[in-house]
Design a binder for this molecule. Structure first.
Ligand code: G3I
Length: 347
């Protein structure tokens, strides 16, 4: 199995982790693959309120770094079907007298251009990211789905175009934050319905990307047990595996939201939660790759997302702000060591 991490920011000297030589050194030391945190997203390449040309400079910097250092790259993501996942100009875009054709042209042009630019350097793409409403399980409407008539039409086209323009064997992934925590029942049902529908429509897809942004949102004060639903989660995974899909852990981190402030206790609980999740996920031979969403706490998106009640900095990643490894990294290493060998896909 491959292990990798995201790398944030874009241009040298990037504001994010990509501009930090010590962070890059951790990547080179621990990772066989990397995924740009932002640089390959549509809004990163076509920012602003007007539809300008593409600016690939940030993505090119990350891709050059990966190539120069022999790291595999995951592409994230061709279509993020949430409002702020699409470029700003799309909310006021005129799809023309035949909106379906207008939207199809946008999608085909974007995917052809981006996948074509990096070719075989990217062997696994998050073709579509987060298309499901977490609360209802329904597919999210976007300017593209309104123009094409349905979210399914958008998703199916994206995967069919990706299959036709990507090098043979490129892994096509639907990526989502559906999880094992309480409150994901509707989300799990919606994800399964989407994947079953794609299979029934003959849409090319190879794997489900499980972002795995785990959260310790609730600890039972009497038992100290952290809330999670392993039974329903295994049932969901069994159903997805039954569709012939592989799994990737694409964005692993642990939000230590509900834990006491003591760093030793937090790190230990996060490591235990990590090990429990990975032992379950690695028990599926379909799980063939794991990436973390960052390797140093201070760069994590979680530092600004739903702050802890005590406002303490969160500790969601494998290394602390001094680049020292934490118990989470040990837990990941032990989970890898304890599981059966399986071929990473694609090779
Ligand atoms: O690079 C620009 C900079 O030029 C500009 O000055 C600045 C202010 O607008 O924005 C910078 O871009 C920011 C980018 O991160 C790079 O730092 C975007 O505004 C900001 O929205 C973007 O946030 C990222 C977010 O996805 C949205 O793309 C986070 O870093 C990233 O961690 C987060 O990652 C997502 C995954 O893609 C999907 N799964 C959930 C995960 C967490 O939300």
């Amino acid at each position: 199995m491959r292990f990798g991490s995201t790398v944030g920011g874009t241009r040298f000297p990037a504001a994010g982790s990509f501009g930090d030589a010590s962070y890059r050194a951790l990547l080179l030391q621990d990772c066989g693959s990397l995924v740009p945190e932002y640089a390959l997203k549509w809004p990163s390449m076509q920012y602003g309120s007007a539809r300008q040309g593409y600016d690939f400079s940030g993505a090119d910097d990350v891709m050059s770094f990966a190539r120069d250092n022999g790291k595999a790259v995951r592409g994230h993501t061709l279509l993020w079907l949430q409002h702020d996942g699409l470029p700003g100009w799309m909310s006021t875009y005129d799809f023309g007298s035949n909106p379906r054709a207008g939207a199809e042209r946008l999608i085909i042009d974007h995917i052809t251009r981006v996948v074509g630019r990096y070719g075989s350097q990217i062997r696994s793409w998050d073709v579509v990211n987060e298309a499901i409403d977490h609360n209802t399980g329904a597919l999210i409407q976007t300017p593209l789905s309104r123009a094409m008539g349905s979210p399914e039409a958008v998703i199916d086209l994206a995967f069919r175009v990706a299959r036709s323009v990507a090098p043979a064997g490129t892994q096509l992934v639907y990526n989502d934050f559906v999880s094992w925590e309480y409150g994901h029942t509707a989300h799990r049902s919606g994800a399964l319905a989407l994947l079953r529908g794609m299979r029934q429509r003959g849409v090319p897809i190879d794997a489900l990307g499980l972002q795995s942004h785990l959260g310790i949102y609730w600890v039972d004060p009497s038992t100290g047990v952290v809330s999670r639903e392993e039974g329903p989660w295994r049932a969901f995974l069994d159903s997805v595996a039954g569709l012939g899909l592989d799994f990737l852990i694409t964005e692993f981190d642990v939000n230590d939201q509900a834990l006491a402030a003591d760093i030793g206790l937090r790190d230990a609980a996060v490591a235990e939660y990590t090990r429990a999740y990975l032992d379950l996920m690695f028990s599926y031979r379909q799980t063939r790759e794991m990436l973390v969403w960052g390797m140093v706490d201070r760069y994590s998106w979680l530092q600004t997302y739903a702050p802890r009640p005590d406002k303490a900095a969160k500790r969601p990643n494998t290394h602390d702000d001094n680049y020292a490894s934490k118990p989470m990294r040990d837990a990941i290493a032990k989970a890898f060591a304890a599981t059966s060998i399986r071929a990473a896909r694609p090779a």
